[in-house]
Design a protein around this ligand. Structure first.
Ligand SMILES: NC(=O)c1ccc[n+]([C@@H]2O[C@H](COP(=O)([O-])OP(=O)(O)OC[C@H]3O[C@@H](n4cnc5c(N)ncnc54)[C@H](OP(=O)(O)O)[C@@H]3O)[C@@H](O)[C@H]2O)c1
Length: 311
């Protein structure tokens, strides 16, 4: 099969579109024929070798951990999925990924894809969607009527977080830059702050939750806008400071998990028309390097997807 792999860590030039062995499913796995693969910052972080301790994949390594496709074969212990099922998943990032014609995934990390959208859009959901969902509801404990600040509301995670938080009945404030303000409002944000023109801490206070996908200074300044006992959930490194400690702010860093129940819930919201993926750009599989370069630039609105099969 064709796959995009690295044989050593480094820049986008290390990505090789080449022949690779087609994987065989273990008894508790499914072999998925990949129709589309999402592209996420973790892809180029792993490619660069900066996450070697957390994600010690074996070289050569196929990148990409976001898939929509069709079950080609189910291992003999798999009860809930069968050949021909249209599925989506965020496979385990310590294993070979989804920039390939086929990938094997534990059946317990796979769910039926949303029926109302194609594979390109469905491949844009699992990793970023699960992250937004678990950040808001599992770690952030967000409730209807609460106020949440979502940083990078135009990003992969942010575009889902705005929609999920609105669906829950929260008051949603998002940060982005001027070119994406109308997108973030359209996704449902009640207020949008242009981070290049205004300091969010000058406008906001007493919030229940901040979802931080930026880290560093943005994270530190975010403690100022939370109420006493509020929560900051971060998808990057949790840092904390004296201000946060003094005001009993709960800081949670986490790694999103591929829980089928969360994938099913997101699929239901998409099929009910309550949530939609935002697609920034679609590349063919062989142009994975260009796709990662665009992601690494850090200013994409929505998701980048690799097309593996014409749908
Ligand atoms: N822990 C986990 O399980 C997990 C899961 C998913 C992602 N992550 C991490 O979370 C981070 C975000 O991921 P992502 O996929 O959402 O990234 P992304 O899609 O690449 O984010 C791009 C967006 O960020 C906005 N942005 C950039 N700088 C900003 C700032 N200072 N303030 C507000 N918005 C800003 C950009 O808007 P403009 O173009 O307008 O600047 C752009 O729309 C990454 O570091 C990723 O590795 C972690």
């Amino acid at each position: 099969m064709k796959a995009v792999r690295i044989h050593e860590y480094g820049g986008p030039e290390k990505l090789k579109y080449e022949d690779a062995p087609r994987p065989e499913p273990a008894p508790d796995e499914v072999l998925i024929k990949v129709y589309a693969s999402g592209v996420n910052p973790i892809d180029w972080k792993i490619r660069e070798g900066s996450h070697k301790e957390k994600f010690p994949g074996n070289l050569p390594l196929t990148l990409g951990w976001d898939v929509s496709g069709v079950v080609e074969e189910a291992g003999k212990e798999v009860k809930n999925l069968k050949t021909g099922d249209e599925v989506y998943s965020r496979p385990d990032p310590t294993r070979n990924g989804t920039y390939a014609e086929y990938v094997t995934v534990k059946a317990g990390q796979v769910a039926k894809k949303p029926k109302s959208i194609d594979h390109i859009k469905a491949a844009a959901v699992p990793l970023a969607g699960l992250t937004a969902w678990q950040a808001l509801f599992e770690h952030g404990k967000l409730q209807a009527g609460q106020k949440v600040l979502i940083h990078a509301a135009s990003g992969g995670v942010g575009t889902y977080a705005v929609q999920f938080a609105k669906w829950k009945g929260a008051y949603v404030i998002g940060t982005t830059s001027e070119k994406n303000i109308s997108l973030v409002k359209d996704l449902g944000a009640d207020e949008v702050i242009d981070y290049k023109k205004e300091k969010f801490e000058d406008r906001l206070k007493d919030l229940d939750l901040v979802l931080d996908t930026i880290g560093g200074e943005t994270q530190k300044r975010s403690f100022k806008v939370l109420k006493n006992g509020g929560r900051l959930v971060t998808t990057v490194k949790p840092e904390g400071n004296e201000d946060a400690k003094a005001r009993n702010i709960v800081i949670a860093g986490f790694m999103a998990q591929s829980y089928p129940a969360d994938l099913e819930q997101m699929a239901a919201l998409i099929d009910q028309g309550k949530v939609r993926p935002v697609i920034a750009k679609v590349f063919p599989l062989e142009q994975a390097a260009a796709a990662e370069e665009l992601s690494e630039h850090g200013h994409v609105a929505g998701k980048i997807v690799l097309r593996v099969v014409e749908d």
